[in-house]
Write a protein that binds this ligand. Structure first.
Ligand code: PLP
Length: 378
């Protein structure tokens, strides 16, 4: 049988997590917290199950949850999404991203992505006959050159995918970046997928400039979000998508035949939990404390560090330690030093190697201390 994804292999996250287990290494590779979700949220899920919410939820999601998402978005970004027609609850952001691409990408369409890029964009584009057009961002600041972006737009370009705050670099789009994007997509009549899964993990008093904040941009954008990132429960695979009605109508046509609807008791619990904004507004402070704690512990290491501006990832530049390629370096660290990280060239379509590895600091202080002892000795 001819493969529809001939170049796809096992994701780097699965590879590195397995290697971490095989070599009994500390796992800072895959992006997940090693501490628990709030017991109150877990109780709310148990309660929803006991209260009998165990059958299919409505196709676009529990109405109470959609309403509280609408309220949250309006409070934070001053844009009203209609819970009936412009919000869909999804099985994590991954399903939302896949569904957006399935709904709008035809054979031959070109999609601009910024690399290093999260690994699900490119295969999803390929699966629907689209062509990924990468714009390479460069270490250490990973800034976008908007002239280069415009040069890559052709009459086949349909979609631009952005991700802010950005995995793996920890960079964030400024207000000016979003205005430049808005100008380009209006001028060239393009759609946008704005992957904002780290929207609540922002450091140093910076602002998250959601696509929802910019009227002309919002009118052309799908915005994807993940509860797993926000509430320390990546294994629940819960998220949502926001888009104006015309776009959301197309999204839902795919969603209903893809998953139809997602986990009902989780939705009931999240609807209740989200009514307290501190449950997500406190997250930036929580993770900034971890970032600062970790960076202080490794400040005398031989890694060069540009502090992450958002997300729970930190890039470590190892160019003063080794000239090995980043995959060899990461593998060696896992086997010999017993610490698993992610080589970031795998996020670059052309495999460009900036000698940077990514670590996840969504870990307990004990784990961060253990990691620092290892990193400081390298
Ligand atoms: C940039 C980015 N987008 C999407 C996702 C997927 O989110 P979810 O776990 O909710 O599917 C991730 C998860 O690591 C991510 O880093």
């Amino acid at each position: 049988m001819k493969s529809k994804l001939p170049n796809a292999s096992t994701s780097i996250f699965a590879v590195m997590s397995k290697m971490a287990a095989d070599y009994n290494a500390l796992n800072l590779s895959q992006g997940f917290p090693n501490f628990e979700s709030d017991p109150h949220l877990i109780e709310l899920v148990n309660k929803a199950m006991k209260d009998g919410y165990n059958q299919y939820a409505p196709m676009p999601g529990d109405l109470g949850l959609r309403e509280v998402i609408a309220q949250k978005t309006n409070n934070l970004h001053k844009r009203i999404y209609n819970p009936d027609t412009e919000i869909t609850v999804t099985a994590g952001a991954t399903q939302a991203i896949f569904t957006v691409i399935a709904a709008i990408i035809d054979k031959g369409d070109e999609v601009i992505i910024f690399t290093p890029a999260y690994d699900c964009y490119d295969p999803s584009i390929e699966l629907f006959g689209g062509k990924t057009i990468p714009v390479q961002l460069k270490a250490p600041n990973y800034k976008v050159d908007w002239e280069e972006v415009e040069d890559k737009i052709t009459n086949k370009t349909k979609l631009i995918i952005i991700n802010t705050p950005h995995n793996p670099s920890g960079m964030m789009f400024s207000e000016n970046d979003m205005l430049m994007l808005q100008e380009l997509v209006e001028k060239h009549n393009l759609l946008v997928l704005s992957d904002e899964v780290y929207e609540h993990i922002i450091f140093d008093g910076n602002t998250h400039f959601s696509a929802a904040r910019f009227p002309a941009l919002a009118s052309r954008s799908f915005i994807t979000a993940s509860f797993g990132k926000t509430f320390h429960n990546t294994g629940w695979k819960m998220g949502y998508c926001l888009a104006p009605e015309k776009l959301m109508t197309e999204f839902k046509k795919v969603h209903q035949y893809n998953v139809f609807s997602v986990n009902n008791p989780m939705q009931k619990a999240l609807a209740e939990y989200l009514k307290t904004p501190n449950h997500y507004l406190g997250l930036s402070g929580f993770y900034q404390q971890k970032r600062d704690y970790f960076l202080d512990l490794i400040k005398d290491s031989r890694f060069k560090i540009t502090p992450s501006k958002g997300t729970y990832f930190q890039m470590l530049d190892f160019s003063e330690i080794s000239q090995e390629n980043d995959i060899t370096f990461s593998e060696r660290l896992t086997k010999e030093n017993k610490i698993a990280t992610i080589p970031t060239s795998v996020f670059n379509t052309n495999g460009e190697d900036f000698k940077q590895i990514r670590v996840c600091f969504a870990k307990t202080e004990e784990t961060l201390q253990e990691a620092a002892i290892i990193l400081n000795a390298i």
